[in-house]
Design a binder for this molecule. Sequence first.
Ligand code: RP5
Length: 171
Amino acid sequence: MNQTESTRECQPKVGIIMGSQSDLPKMQAAAELLDSFDIAYELTIVSAHRTPQRMVTYAQTAQSRGLQVIIAGAGGAAHLPGMVASLTTLPVIGVPIHSSNSVSGWDSILSILQMPNGIPVATVALDAAKNAGILAARILGAQDDVLTQKLQAYQQTMQEKVTESIQTVAK
Ligand code: RP5
């Protein structure tokens, strides 16, 4: 199993997909976040334009395979998150990727964010795969008390770090 076809041992709850291998260095942050919360995920490449049939199959089988959330990252004419959202009723989190031939990332942002009524994609900031992971954890946490406690601890730690840094600056 290579890096872009990874599946954790348990039944994956989150599907992390991206349009190209070149997105992986940025999308890896979502996987690392899910790892830190012990959330099982699968990660692979699915391109809306280069592998359209694979995208349709992936999206249409996602729920029956046990996935509960899909994180989809893409750059440029970033149709992957929206097309996947149109092929499933699972929540889809879109990560606009600032790819090398991108128009400052605005092409990715707008093509993921500006979805038509009826087919939402929860769009995070440019390259914000970590936040996509946190959002996926929050969606799962709504039905999982243990995960909710982990999310609360995560926020508490963040709060303490900021408070400590304020005290350091104030000294
Ligand atoms: C998109 O085009 C991908 O999501 C990637 O961000 C961008 C560039 O892909 P490569 O040409 O590097 O494969 O489909």
